[in-house]
Design a protein around this ligand. Structure first.
Ligand code: COA
Length: 257
């Protein structure tokens, strides 16, 4: 159980709220377990018409908790047993519409989660990034397929390899998000869109979404990515990157072979 993910069901909209603002909503294993449970509930509960991801504080999410990476990297065991994969599987399986309301930073899975949302509202000054290679990791959440599909190879590669953020306006221009609005209007705009989706014919929406994406293929890819991510997570270059983050310094990859 964690207080860092809150849920709220009203008018057919299940809000899943990142609630760890002091750590920029970095996601721990306990939070992934709660995210998985909420996403599974969205899929199975007839009272839920739309899933809405939103966040407390000034950032959507700083991605995976890096202290957790250090802890997990030194443990034995199968990466696929981790709660993050339960969440990813639930996302791949979800055929009800998902909406996201993004202010501030969306890093790592904070961005790749958006590739599984059907409508995304961003703040004009939001900053979206996927700096997996800065951390000596590899893409996850089927983003190795979905990000180049949306952006084209070169833009996606740059986002992965250089790790620099794109702002909300650029995210809309590049097709990553539907609307860029002033920061204080993000939640209201996302809620309004979610409300409109909640009023649509539910089975028609679900069939439409199922036809638009191949859930089995996405899950197979997530598992393949998990192998690359998992082996990188235990590598000397990733340990250097994680230690550098916790010591608030730049990583030095010059000595890793
Ligand atoms: N894991 C663990 N803790 C994190 C975190 C993460 N992914 N992201 C931020 N935090 C913590 C910081 O360590 C800091 O904790 P402290 O107050 O105890 O020192 C707190 O959250 C605030 O972060 P800070 O870096 O001071 O805020 P900022 O506004 O200067 O920068 C970010 C925000 C998101 C740009 C920066 O925190 C960052 O780059 N985080 C790492 C993102 C990342 O690489 N995620 C993994 C992707 S795979």
């Amino acid at each position: 159980m964690t207080d860092h993910i809150r849920t709220d069901l009203s008018d057919g909209i299940l809000s899943v709220i990142f609630a760890r603002p002091d750590k920029k909503n970095a996601i721990t294993q306990a939070m992934y377990a709660a995210l998985a449970e909420a996403t599974q509930r969205a899929q199975s509960d007839d009272a839920v018409r739309v899933l809405l991801f939103r966040a407390e504080g000034d950032s959507f999410s700083a991605g995976n908790d890096i202290a957790d990476f250090i802890a997990i990297g030194s443990q034995a065991g199968e990466p696929l047993d981790m709660p993050v994969f339960q969440f990813l599987k639930a996302l791949a399986d979800l055929d009800k519409p998902a909406v996201a309301a993004v202010r501030g930073r969306a890093v790592g899975i904070g961005l790749t989660l958006l590739l599984h949302c059907d409508m995304v509202v961003v703040a004009e000054d939001a900053l979206l990034s996927a700096p997996f290679i800065n951390l000596a990791l590899a893409p996850e959440a089927a983003s190795s397929l979905l990000l180049p599909q949306v952006l084209g190879h070169q833009r996606a590669f740059e986002i992965f390899a250089l790790g620099e953020p794109v702002d909300g306006r650029t995210a809309v221009a590049w097709g990553l998000a539907n609307r860029a609005v002033a920061s204080e209007q993000v939640e209201a705009t996302a809620l309004e869109l979610a409300g409109r989706l909640a009023a649509r014919a539910p089975n028609s929406l679900r069939k439409t979404k199922r036809l638009m994406r191949d859930a089995e293929h996405l899950w197979a890819l997530m598992q393949r990515e998990g192998e690359a991510f998992g082996s990188q997570m235990k590598s000397p270059e990733a340990m250097e990157a994680f230690m550098a983050f916790s010591q608030k310094r730049a990583p030095d990859f010059s000595k890793v072979g």
